[in-house]
Design a protein around this ligand. Structure first.
Ligand SMILES: NC(=O)c1ccc[n+]([C@@H]2O[C@H](COP(=O)([O-])OP(=O)(O)OC[C@H]3O[C@@H](n4cnc5c(N)ncnc54)[C@H](OP(=O)(O)O)[C@@H]3O)[C@@H](O)[C@H]2O)c1
Length: 198
């Protein structure tokens, strides 16, 4: 199965590495276009190919790994999100000053969900740094925990299967409102918690 990734930075590369190790192929995209990704995809190996944002977003599972400020224009530029599973890795902060976005009382993934109408959104991976995610998730005889949440149980089951194939241990935290609050960065209690499930 090919998984599309919007973004080709630190988070996207870490995820591509783990997805390839889990047996998936990856279509990776960025702002500057596929020709700028030659070195990146070469380094990740033959299971990763460069794509446009539109091509990456056409896959059944699409990972979003771009800066918060870019989400409305990039996600809004995709004509049809129908039935796609969108994995949201983003945090509502913007480098270089890490300004926190005003979410008007919602969780960040509830906001992102509104940008991908008819898609089924699952929040995952945002609580760990790319350097931790890139590491082999099989550690100390167990599996690195990846928290996730979402409002669609089937989509969460599909994401959990991807996590398992990659060697992670998925932990379902419920819906985007309750689970999203625990995973929220900044403010939630789970960011930076690097757990191994035995
Ligand atoms: N880094 C972390 O520690 C961390 C931890 C948890 C969650 N996250 C979240 O992960 C997301 C990505 O962070 P990152 O650290 O990977 O950022 P990054 O290294 O700066 O990479 C950002 C990527 O997004 C692409 N991009 C930017 N604007 C775009 C646009 N308009 N259209 C298409 N692609 C665009 C960039 O394209 P170019 O390559 O063309 O510049 C780049 O590949 C963020 O939302 C962040 O909050 C990051």
């Amino acid at each position: 199965m090919t998984i599309g990734i919007l973004g080709a930075g630190a988070m996207a590369r870490a995820l591509a590495k783990r997805l390839v190790a889990g047996g998936f192929t990856v279509a990776m995209s960025n702002r500057r276009g596929p020709t700028s990704l030659t070195d990146v995809v070469t380094a990740l190996g033959p299971a990763v190919r460069a794509a446009t944002v539109e091509q990456a977003a056409a896959h059944p599972i699409v990972i979003v790994a771009i800066p918060w400020s870019q989400l409305p224009s990039v996600l809004g530029g995709i004509r049809d999100w129908h039935d796609r599973i969108v994995i949201d890795t983003t945090n509502p902060i913007e480098p270089p000053h890490f300004t926190v976005a005003d979410l008007e009382g919602r969780t960040s993934s509830e906001v992102v969900s509104g940008l991908v109408p008819a898609a089924r959104l699952v929040k995952a991976f945002n609580t760990l740094t790319p350097s931790v995610i890139a590491r082999d998730p099989r550690e100390g005889g167990g599996h690195r925990v990846i928290f996730y949440c979402g409002n669609d149980n089937e989509a969460k089951a599909d994401v959990d299967a991807v996590l398992t194939a990659c060697g992670f241990a998925g932990v379902d935290l419920g819906d985007l409102a309750a689970g999203g609050r625990l995973m929220q960065f900044p403010g939630g209690s789970l960011p930076a918690l690097n757990l191994i499930k035995l």
